[in-house]
Design a binder for this molecule. Structure first.
Ligand code: IVH
Length: 668
């Protein structure tokens, strides 16, 4: 344990140095906070191990130095006339209710709230004397900050002179920030210049504000929203009026603010912005809920650190550190071998995360991941969590670097590295993991939609060799099913009924269920509308790419799939079982399968008169025209063809001989 404590201390000290002295953060604030908390907890458990150099022993935060070790500040320190408090945090509704109750215990007044967005930037304290901006300072430790007036003056949204009648001294507080657009531009420029990237807009803002060269600050185009003031006229009675006043004095104020008569209304605001915030042009990390009435604010007052009259209701963290317990290789339904980090469980974006994707072998190499490493996992939107960074400094001694296996962990077949993609695959179609993946895909909602067949059941079916292909599912008997763990007769019969019912699913769903690479459910529907299974078995790449939205990659994957004899055999089995493979007579498919196709016939057709051919094509929704153009789908070339053949060749129109035409007409 003392090892971990020492590593945490060293890393956190290094992180503060990088942040405060070098202006080059090595981790996000969220990650720092988590590691700091871990240190605090460990020290609480083992107080005898606390050392004087532990970051927990530091009182407040030090202002930046010039890095010379002389502790000489880059900027002049200034003591704030009134301290800049930070905000207490809440993460859950229960914590918000508890906050409301605390307020209620301290005041008899009816509570009305004002919700503001919590902008993720850096706080600034601006002093106006007789309407003129005389000083701009950072928050620092809340008591003492740094005078960065020249930098503040580069921010266009901060008035150098107030617009309205000015009090003798007005202190304005608010958040300096970088819009997401400016943040990304800045990072792109830094990447091109080979400079380290800023982890997020907040770090980029803090780093920019403490630049010694105001010209650089100006280039980065910081912005500012005001949220608090001191010294305004005493006719102002509410927070909303403070913001209006600041606006009238020439400031941009926190946007989307809303007065909420109840905590339920606050919740509605919070919920609304939990999604809307992703569409805003700047980063927010929560909602600041304040008591609207200034007299009530005063009544509630402050604790040592926070105002009691405000709280930050934060959105769940998107990035947290945790430890990698093991690294496993997961084989997907296409045989792709994905390395997965098995994690010490951690709360992330509202869920407990135990595994995170490491994408592929290359990514794993790049991360240089060792078992036991502390890593940062991130969840963005709906995507599965991923490991984004390894904190090398916290690597335990003797940690083993993970070596990517040469053989499939499931079937011991030698893994193959794709020459075109960053993918390593198990090439064995009979690999149990590949079969499990194929079955899971087949029963999934967008495919055959068969309820009751979950991961655990699939593992048993494949593990006991009862199922080796999707067709085997339909040969399962009640007797076999009830022998499986945790499956009673009732559930087993339900599963059999659901399987039977799935045979009536439309052909598009069946096609998607086959799990052909690159064929998603939309593509499958599209192909199914134009090709029956029999037709698809004969289809050439050029025919498939005629469909709008089907590129060569997809077309090739389809053609290759049908070339595999196992797959052809599977299709024959499915057909025998009565699946809908697009050949049910009278369906729209049958009638319209040549819809949108234009044919030109040249030369004589031995088995068919031209009129017959024309009638047949038209009955299937196609058209026959006389002249070849770039819009022609096929040119049918009989005996003694005319100049139309030459033209077709010139334009690269697909050609059909009379036999191919007959086959096409037969198969559609
Ligand atoms: S009010 C005494 N309002 O959040 C209350 N702060 O975590 C002072 N912040 O240091 C803060 N948006 O830099 C307030 N609408 C907002 C805010 C906001 C962002 C920042 C501010 C503060 C930090 C506390």
């Amino acid at each position: 344990m003392s090892q971990r404590l020492e590593e945490l201390r060293r890393l956190l000290n290094q992180a503060s140095y990088a942040y405060y002295v070098l202006d080059r953060p090595i981790m996000s604030d969220e990650v720092y906070d988590r590691l700091y908390r871990e240190l605090v907890e460990l020290e609480a458990e083992y107080p005898e191990l606390i050392t004087p150099d532990s970051p927990t022993q530091r009182v407040g935060e030090h202002p930046a130095t010039d890095g010379s070790g002389a502790n000489r500040p880059k900027f002049v320190s200034v003591r704030h006339r009134l301290p800049l408090y930070s905000l207490d945090n809440a993460f859950t509704w229960e914590e918000m209710v508890a906050w409301q109750e605390r307020c209620r215990r301290l005041t008899q007044a009816e509570l009305t709230y004002i919700c503001e967005l919590k902008i993720d930037g850096a706080a600034l304290a601006l002093t106006y004397e007789n309407g003129v901006l005389v000083r701009g300072a950072t928050r620092g430790d809340g008591m003492v900050g740094e005078d960065i007036t020249p930098n503040v003056k580069t921010i266009r949204s901060i008035p150098l002179r107030l617009l309205g009648t000015a009090p003798s001294v007005l202190e304005v507080r608010g958040e300096a920030f970088l819009s997401l657009e400016n943040f990304h531009r800045l990072n792109t420029e830094r990447q091109q210049a080979g400079e380290p990237l800023f982890a997020n807009p907040r770090n980029a803002t803090a780093g920019t504000l403490r630049q010694l060269d105001a010209k650089i600050v100006a280039q980065r185009r910081l912005d500012f929203f005001a949220y608090q003031a001191f010294g305004y006229p005493d006719t102002i009675k509410t927070q909303a009026e403070v913001l209006e006043y600041l606006h009238s004095q020439g400031f941009k104020v926190i946007p989307y603010r809303e007065i909420c008569p109840s905590l339920e209304a606050v919740r509605a605001y919070y919920d609304r912005f939990s999604t809307q915030r992703h569409d805003l042009p700047f980063q927010t990390d929560g909602v600041v809920v304040k008591i609207q009435d200034l007299a009530v604010q005063q009544e509630l007052g402050y604790t040592q650190k926070f105002p009691r009259w405000a709280i930050a209701w934060k959105y769940p963290a998107q990035e947290v550190p945790t430890i990698v317990n093991a690294i496993t290789i997961q084989i997907g339904r296409t045989g792709a071998a994905t390395p997965v980090a098995e994690l010490q469980p951690v709360q992330l974006a509202g869920t407990t995360v135990t595994r995170a994707s490491l994408h592929n072998r290359e990514r794993l190499e790049e991360l240089d991941l060792h078992v036991g490493d502390t890593v940062i996992v991130r969840k963005a939107g709906e995507i599965i969590p991923e490991v984004v960074q390894v904190i090398r400094e916290l690597r335990p001694p003797g940690a083993q670097k993970f070596v990517f296996p040469h053989r499939c962990p499931e079937c011991a077949t030698e893994l193959e590295k794709s020459s075109t993609e960053a993918i390593t695959r198990c090439p064995n179609p009979q690999c149990p993991a590949v079969i499990r993946g194929a079955i899971a895909h087949w029963v999934s909602r967008d495919a055959l939609d068969i309820p009751g067949i979950g991961e655990k059941l699939i593992a048993q079916l494949v593990g006991k060799n009862l199922v080796r292909s999707v067709a085997d599912l339909y040969r399962l008997s009640l007797a076999e099913l009830v022998k499986l763990d945790r499956l009673g007769e009732k559930s087993a019969s339900k599963i059999l009924a659901a399987l039977e019912k799935s045979k009536r699913q439309p052909w598009g769903k069946v096609l998607y269920g086959l799990g052909i690479r690159h064929v998603g459910s939309v593509t499958a529907q599209l192909i199914a509308q134009h090709f029956t299974a029999d037709r698809l078995a004969q289809a050439r790449v050029e025919e498939l790419t005629q469909l709008h939205g089907i590129g060569t990659e997809i077309a090739q994957a389809v053609v290759e799939w049908w070339q595999d004899p196992h797959n052809r055999a599977l299709m024959a089995e499915l057909q025998g079982m009565g699946f809908n493979l697009g050949s049910v007579p009278g369906e729209r498919l049958e009638q319209q399968s040549l819809a949108g196709k234009t044919f030109v016939i040249t030369g004589t057709l031995p088995q068919l008169s031209r009129a017959e051919a024309k009638a047949k094509i038209e009955s299937l929704g196609g058209k026959v025209t006389d002249s070849v153009s770039k819009n022609t789908s096929y040119v049918v070339v009989g005996e003694n063809p005319g100049s139309k053949l030459e033209k077709a060749q010139k334009l690269g129109i697909p050609l059909l001989n009379p036999d191919q035409l007959l086959e096409l007409l037969r198969n559609v």
